[in-house]
Design a protein. Structure first.
Length: 136
């Protein structure tokens, strides 16, 4: 395999990881929303935060690097309309993802506090969860 094929394959794999991890995270976090068991909610929140660190973040970086390399190697005009559209979509997704990660961490902290202090979840949990879902 030549280097272009390897980088293109890595680009495709990283996009698949982004899509698959996003769906998996959304599925498990959404399921946890409908249980009253705080330990189940915390398990989902911890797994979600961990999955973003292990899978999503590296895939986001890989997409950026491999995408730029593929554009450069292919000789495309960096300012062509379809690439500008791609940059915009990538930026919008990133601007949604960054607060999502912060919210996930906040949800996890709220759950830990509720469990440790043996208190109900504050209403802030539901508010943050809804924002997380919309941005996700």
């Amino acid at each position: 395999m030549d280097s272009y094929s390897v980088i293109k394959t890595l680009h495709i794999i990283s996009s698949t990881i982004l899509f698959g991890t996003g769906l998996g995270i959304a599925f498990f976090m959404l399921r946890s929303y409908f249980t009253n068991d705080l330990h189940e909610k915390l398990y989902a929140a911890r797994g979600t935060v961990l999955a973003d660190y292990i899978f999503t973040f590296p895939a986001v970086i890989a997409q950026l690097i491999t995408g730029a390399w593929l554009i450069w190697q292919s000789g495309y005009d960096w300012q062509s309309l379809w690439l500008l559209s791609t940059y915009l979509i990538y930026a919008i997704a990133g601007l949604c993802w960054l607060p999502v990660v912060w919210i996930q961490i906040q949800l996890k902290k709220l759950l830990i506090r509720s469990i440790e202090d043996n208190i109900p979840l504050p209403s802030r949990y539901n508010t943050l969860f809804r924002i997380w879902f919309i941005l996700g």
